[in-house]
Design a binder for this molecule. Sequence first.
Ligand SMILES: [Zn+2]
Length: 81
Amino acid sequence: MVGRSSVSLPQCGRYYAETSWYAIELKSDIECGSCHETFNTKNHLTARVMLRFTLDDKGKMTKTEMPGHISAKVFEAFRLR
Ligand SMILES: [Zn+2]
């Protein structure tokens, strides 16, 4: 399972999916590929979801699922494990 967060940009309204939890927790800035404004990921967080990847016996990805959204509270508990 992989945590994933999406963030929206105030400048141009584009959405980005960030796969790293650390980028959000460390409040790192990222640059928009469209308008080239930099923005803070944590301040513009819109959703946190879990993704589940199913692999075959050779490690090739065969399926992806989104089991659900994660509330901020649950996310915090999961991260600290
Ligand atoms: Zn932008």
